[in-house]
Design a protein around this ligand. Structure first.
Ligand code: GTP
Ligand code: MG
Length: 348
């Protein structure tokens, strides 16, 4: 498939998406509206809303007796509705044992470099968001290409025998690079492309819409094990200029990130997002790069990797803020065959 064909395909897909009404993008970007909960029709839903519970999250924290009053329904029904809202919002507690079981199902996708894998505790994890930030050309997108191919490998080769979703906000997805990487890993290049669903986002609203489409895609194809968002912030950054709208932007970005995290948890998927940062020569101490939206993403992403160019064309990945792994660095290189460990010569 030529790049042009793919562009055309993406255009078609997106036209379809654009036809859906803007209003369909629920204000809070939840998957569901209150009226979609079992046992709630549109009549009860509107009564619940007039009682002040606009979305599933707020309903999940409601006192059932208030619903009894406001909606004229019986107590058992009210309790059931609140319980359904809690389930749907993923707000339930689980025991430590259940938690441990869930952690046991975490899987990892190889980055292509052993040193990089070790830094990440084995590779990029499912049930987590991994954010990669760095300057232009540092290799954030290359890493995404590699993961989208490696996820398709069998488990013994560092993959998950899975498929990928790719949300492209900058128009930098390159089918030919996927084919090249796939061939070098012994995969059928066309099949590898077939196994990646690409959504090109043209605006931040569109990006939100695409993220909200993911549950449908995952239901249709349970082999999906990786979601790439390259890049997470570009459209938000471009659209929200001027300080007045920063809080608004932050709220939207947060909702997207939380949706991604819920998808990761619920379907045991790895989420990989990129974020371009610019070098700040005026910052003399500490981190000389300021992640655009960095502090926004920072609290949500489970793993943050700072990528920079190293000596002799190598790349250096630094693990920042990880829940259980020590901070550290790993060097690797980007070759025509993809991400690889440095050869002995370049390690010096
Ligand atoms: P922005 O999206 O601009 O923020 O940059 P990025 O961090 O996504 O950079 P990207 O991943 O696109 O990295 C680009 C770099 O990867 C190039 O400058 C090359 O050094 C390297 N690269 C890309 N393709 C190849 C290839 O086929 N062979 C080799 N050897 N290197 C490549
Ligand atoms: Mg890029």
């Amino acid at each position: 498939m030529e790049d042009d064909d793919v562009e055309e395909n993406i255009e078609e897909q997106n036209e379809e998406l654009n036809e859906e009404k803007k209003e369909d993008i629920a204000a809070d970007f939840e998957y569901k509206d209150i009226k979609d909960l079992p046992g709630v029709g549109s009549t009860i839903a509107s009564k619940i809303k007039s009682a002040g519970y606009q979305d599933i999250i707020s309903l999940a924290t409601a006192n059932p007796m208030v619903l009894v009053e406001a909606c004229g329904i019986g107590e058992p029904t009210a309790k059931k509705i609140v319980a359904e809202a809690r389930d749907a919002s993923g707000m339930n507690f689980m025991s430590g044992l259940e938690f441990e079981d869930k952690r046991k199902s975490v899987q990892r996708i190889s980055t292509g470099s052993e040193a990089f894998n070790i830094l990440l505790g084995g590779g990029v994890e499912t049930q987590a968001i991994t954010e990669c930030y760095g300057e232009y050309g540092s290799g954030k997108s290359q890493m995404a290409f590699q993961l989208a191919v490696d996820v398709q490998l069998p488990v013994e080769k560092g993959g998950l025998d899975g498929h990928a979703i790719w949300i492209d906000t900058e128009g930098t997805f390159r089918p030919s690079r996927i084919e090249q990487l796939a061939a070098s890993k012994g995969l059928d290049p066309k099949q590898a492309l077939q196994n990646i669903k690409i959504g090109r986002a043209y605006s931040s609203d569109h990006q939100v819409l695409l993220v909200n489409k993911v549950p449908e895609l995952v239901n249709a194809d349970p082999k999906i094990k990786l979601i790439v968002v390259d890049s997470m912030m570009a459209l938000f950054r471009a659209e929200y200029v001027g300080r007045g709208t920063l809080a608004d932007r932050q709220q939207k970005v947060n909702v997207v990130l939380h949706t991604l995290q819920r998808l990761a948890d619920r379907f045991n998927i790895a989420v990989y997002i990129t974020n371009q940062v610019m070098a700040r020569p005026d910052v003399m101490f500490g981190d000389p790069t300021a992640a655009v939206g960095g502090h926004i993403i920072g609290h949500v992403a489970t793993y943050r990797i700072y990528l920079r160019k190293g000596k002799k064309g190598s790349r250096v990945a630094k693990l920042v803020d990880s829940p259980s792994l020590p901070e550290g660095e790993a060097s690797f290189e980007i070759t025509s065959n993809g991400i690889a460990d440095l050869d002995e010569e370049k390690k010096k």
